[in-house]
Design a protein around this ligand. Structure first.
Ligand code: D5M
Ligand code: FE
Ligand code: ZN
Length: 524
């Protein structure tokens, strides 16, 4: 039983009825109001005035109450508004979890045929460039790698993600762990997950921290929250209750997420954005012939090629040197500058109406720690003025559309750290990144992280387009109004990938029409 049965129920019922009548007129007609209160009395439910007022304003309060009953807290004397609202949240979460075991995917982006996409497009040369860098570590790096730097980056992460969580109703009054521990009632808080363990009897125990302290919190195995998977160092919202046993009980887990129901944004300009990644020039497995076909297509005067205004290149633009053991055996060009020179020649073959935006990846000649500043001047000066160099990750706008471009190194950590993730389905990993509003939460994994004063890997604003590479796969999909793109590769399967069972999808060019939101993938 979720509610208290007491012989005093009728008296309390009238008390609550009077209280709510004097507060605000119920939407329920008076006769039905009596039915509602009778029905609750039969169930032995005692409501506080605010809870009664709230329920009375619903179209069918009795059914609503019945639906919540299984998740209402047990043992309290009266049911409060906060308890009703928390039960609503748990019920919604449970329904969602039952419908889809993982994240709720919006309908996948239906890919159009190249012919359909080409219809009625203006030539890209009709539009002047409008590219503005919004967020990029290039020129802004402060990190010395000291202990204070690490404190700063985690504080910045917690603040940025707490701000997002606090936009939600149940976190408006979120408190710190220190304050929460003094409360008898349940409380909402936003914390960093510093450890996750599963107990022998199938409960999950987390160590969580904020600036005021640390706590052990327990997720019982019979609650919806047990279905959640945690990544170390991610920020979550928790509704907690002190059971006075040395730990806090998790009532709900909330992620910062992307608001549901967002429509994909389009703009009046009708041009295309193309996406390349992982060109790996300099590797013996670089696909020269297919690149040549791609260049011929861009110059061939077809409707799609003419309408391509921007080309975003998401890192690993060359193969680099000394990136992995015995790489020299797989290199066709073993000098890093000669690799960039060759890339510059190949990029120069892209027609003048295309602006190329290029960011580094883990094979490039920049510091490996993320966020990565852009390429050094010695590399940049090899390219002509059609190339704009940015850092990794970088947020920029194209004619007002917000683009988040990230090479995607952290996918190695997401795939090994989160059940259900795979190198073959990078779009699923990208949805998890959006859900947690962070590109690479886990510190000390395969992705080296530079402790900058501000956490540049936080997804502070929801992008319109989110593009990654790194896993050498290809795919496009819409998630809560965000156009997701994983941008293929121009490298055939390497010995390393063969060993790890990674089957690439090379020589594909995802194309997005920013006016209609339609997309296609051109194969070469
Ligand atoms: O990464 C190319 C692919 O190889 C990508 O799918 C990730 C995978 N990869 C890269 N390094 C590792 C390690 N250390 N373990 C497992 N899988 C890995 P690229 O960045 O082009 O080398
Ligand atoms: Fe790569
Ligand atoms: Zn890579």
């Amino acid at each position: 039983m979720a509610v208290t049965r007491t012989p005093d129920a009728p008296r309390a019922r009238y008390f609550t009825a009077r209280a709510q009548l004097t507060c605000s007129p119920p939407r329920l007609p008076l006769a039905r109001m009596h039915d509602f209160l009778d029905a609750l009395a039969k169930r032995g439910a005692l409501l506080d005035p605010a809870a009664a007022t709230y329920l009375a304003q619903l179209r069918d309060p009795v059914s609503h109450f019945d639906a919540l009953e299984p998740v209402l807290p047990r043992g309290g004397l009266v049911i409060t508004l906060l308890e009703i609202q928390e039960a609503e949240r748990i019920a919604v979460e449970a329904a969602r979890a039952a419908r889809r075991p993982r994240l709720d995917a919006a309908p996948a982006l239906a890919l159009a045929s190249p012919q359909a996409l080409a219809r009625d497009l203006s030539p890209a040369s009709d539009f002047a460039d409008d590219l503005r860098v919004v967020r990029d570590i290039t020129g802004n790096s402060t990190c010395q790698g000291s202990v204070e730097d690490f404190t700063k980056v985690f504080r910045s992460r917690l603040h940025a993600l707490s701000r997002i969580l606090r936009q939600r109703r149940e976190f408006l009054n979120a408190v710190t762990l220190e304050k929460g521990k003094t409360l008898v009632r349940e409380f909402a808080t936003t914390v960093i997950v510093s450890d996750v363990r599963t107990t022998r009897n199938g409960y999950r125990m987390l160590t969580v921290e904020d600036e005021t302290g640390r706590a052990e919190v327990l997720i019982p195995k019979d609650t919806p929250a047990i279905k959640q998977d945690f990544l170390l160092d991610e920020v979550v919202g928790l509704v907690l209750e002190d059971k006075g046993k040395g730990y806090l009980l998790v009532k709900a887990v909330v992620r910062p997420e992307v608001p549901n129901g967002r429509a994909a944004r389009t703009i009046p300009e009708d041009f295309l954005v193309g996406f390349l990644s992982d060109v790996h020039v300099g590797s013996k497995t670089f696909l020269d012939e297919r690149w040549t076909k791609f260049l011929a297509w861009t110059n061939g005067g077809g409707g799609l090629a003419k309408a391509m205004k921007y080309l975003i290149v998401s890192g690993d633009v060359v193969d680099g040197i000394g990136v992995y053991p015995r790489q020299d055996q797989e290199l066709a060009v073993d000098d890093i500058y000669r690799q960039y020179e060759e890339l510059a020649r190949r990029i120069a073959g892209v027609p003048d109406h295309v602006r190329v935006v290029m960011l580094p990846g883990n094979h490039d000649a920049v510091r490996p720690a993320e966020p990565q500043p852009t390429f050094p001047l010695a590399v940049r000066k090899l390219f002509d003025s059609h190339v704009t160099f940015v850092g990794n990750p970088c947020t920029f706008t194209l004619h007002g559309l917000r683009v988040l471009a990230y090479h995607g190194r952290s996918m190695d950590d997401w795939v090994s750290g989160l059940p259900g993730m795979s190198y073959h389905r990078p779009l699923d990993v990208m949805k998890e990144m959006l859900s947690r509003r962070h590109l690479a939460p886990m510190y000390g994994g395969k992705t080296p992280i530079a402790p900058e004063a501000e956490d540049y890997l936080v997804i502070d604003e929801v992008p319109d387009i989110f593009v990654t590479g790194h896993v050498h796969a290809v795919g496009m999909e819409t998630y809560r109004g965000v156009q997701l793109v994983n941008a293929s590769t121009w490298q055939a399967q390497t010995a390393f990938q063969k060993m790890h069972n990674i089957e690439p999808s090379p020589a594909c060019l995802p194309l997005l029409n920013v006016h209609t939101g339609q997309a296609t993938i051109q194969r070469f």
